[in-house]
Design a protein around this ligand. Structure first.
Ligand SMILES: N[C@@H](CCC(=O)N[C@@H](CS)C(=O)NCC(=O)O)C(=O)O
Length: 122
């Protein structure tokens, strides 16, 4: 089972590499404004998880510079996600609106919808 998962993971990564979307190019001022809005976000994810790949493709397509946190191999990120987010499940977008205002958003479709709405992406 572990072997099959490993092969599938490699296939997903290869397909993603070969068919990855071309990032949008914005004027610097516009990109800086988007970067400022995403600076307080981090995506907890696994490298070969298909749902994480789906979200990462959207990040690439829309040129969103959101920090990626490996919640599979990095013990600190894994513990943070479980303790603060409530589940060790990926992808999960951490959105920090203020020192005591942090939201943990699970579900790939919900993350993509949130980003599209919040950042007014087309
Ligand atoms: N419906 C979820 C599925 C996410 C999912 O199943 N993620 C797997 C990794 S590929 C996971 O985190 N599994 C651990 C768990 O569910 O505890 C989505 O679209 O984000």
């Amino acid at each position: 089972m572990k072997f099959i998962r490993m092969i599938l993971g490699r296939l997903i990564l290869a397909m993603d590499f070969l068919t990855g979307p071309k990032p949008v190019v914005r004027e610097k001022r516009e990109q800086d404004a988007i970067d400022a809005l995403t600076a307080n976000m981090a995506l907890y994810q696994f490298k070969a998880c298909p749902f994480c790949v789906k979200v990462r493709r959207q990040l690439r397509k829309h040129a969103l510079n959101i920090e990626l946190r490996d919640a599979q191999n990095n013990a600190t990120f894994k513990a943070e996600l479980t303790r603060e987010g409530g589940r060790h499940k990926v992808p999960c977008l951490r959105i920090e609106k203020g020192p005591n205002d942090v939201k943990w958003l699970y579900e790939s479709d919900d993350i993509i919808s949130f980003l599209k709405t919040e950042l007014k992406l087309s």
